[in-house]
Design a protein around this ligand. Sequence first.
Ligand code: AMP
Ligand code: MG
Length: 417
Amino acid sequence: MTDACAENGLRSVEAAKQMLIDSINPITQSETIPLEQACGRVLAEPVLAALDLPPCDNSAMDGYALGGDHESYTLIGKSLAGHPFDGTLESGQAIRITTGAAVPKGADRVQMQENCTVDGNQLSMSRPASPGENIRRRGEDVHTGQSLVPVGSKIKVPHIALLAAAGVEEVTVIRPLKAALLSIGDELKPIGTPPSELGDGDIYDSNRIALKAALNQLDIEILDLDCWPDQPDKIREAFILARDSADFVITSGGVSVGEADFTKTVLQELGEIGFWKLAIKPGKPFAFGRLPKTEGETLFFGLPGNPVSAIVTLYQLVIPALEKLRGTADEYRQPPLQTRARLLNAICKKPGRTDFQRGFTYRDADGIQVVETRGIQGSHILSGFAQANCFVVLPREGGDCETGDWVTVEPFSAPLK
Ligand code: AMP
Ligand code: MG
């Protein structure tokens, strides 16, 4: 893996993301699961419609199904949803019909009941119905044999609705990805340790919990390997455990200069690893590699330890890579939506790195999308991040911004939302 970098020795976020995506081979193993559990999963096998939708011509309204174009009709029966009229209408005949009920043979239009008057078995109307009016045609939604959802789609609620309407009970999806998650750092203590038992300089291992919460939302099976000290032997042990039990490993901490040296040595022993300096703020150091094993390989994502950096790099780089790994087709792997908003405060920025500041965006009383940054923009400041609902994305070569400037904002989407 090369460490070739762009100008000022830093790799752009876009280039890094593309390199990750290009170097990942999607997994193909699949499993068949009940449709109702398939939301968020990636479809692995085509699903073809076994029937037309709607399955028969049916009424879009409560009203009267009419035979031909007349001023009045003779009522001869009814068709209710689930209880079709058993017969054929002749010209000049009508039946009472409800929404979704089958339109019988001979009926070529439906008049809504608001336009109808019934006197005995005679039906008259305040306005004529045109041919085909208020009839939902058999197959106008889906034809038998048609592909219902493209392979590689991430299944969403509308897909579930469509597949269920077509009577599909089970779908074959890519199996869940398996992640191994661990933290590295002598100063890290598990949450639950009483504050009085924290040594000088100790902190809680918050990254692992936050990263776990994020991965949990992506249907990823997580092997939580806890936190490990800054010791090469221990790190080797952790990486081997992780490699042997997962499709990919996510670590945080221990990838910045200085500490990286032995992490790097261990990783190079086990596989192929690149340490990247990214033109991203927060989150400069990042490691990516592959650890070969008896069957296949395990991907390695080494996130920076600073808590905001860890989450930003997960969101900007690792999640897109995982989407590729879990088989989501190119056209369904969309980058997070960006929009423009007017800044409510000035921002200091040095050119050189794309800055993902934490902000809060909303529509003001005049209907203008505005954004203000939240909290001190430090990579260790979590209170501002927790108040934010978007990133303010400041381009790499840009400098300071003034109040009133229009900037790009990226509202948080899954798994940050
Ligand atoms: P490192 O990447 O190991 O140089 O760590 C950079 C900063 O992130 C240091 O202040 C670490 O204490 C902090 N840090 C590292 N790992 C974690 C973690 N798992 N949770 C919270 N903070 C961390
Ligand atoms: Mg460290």
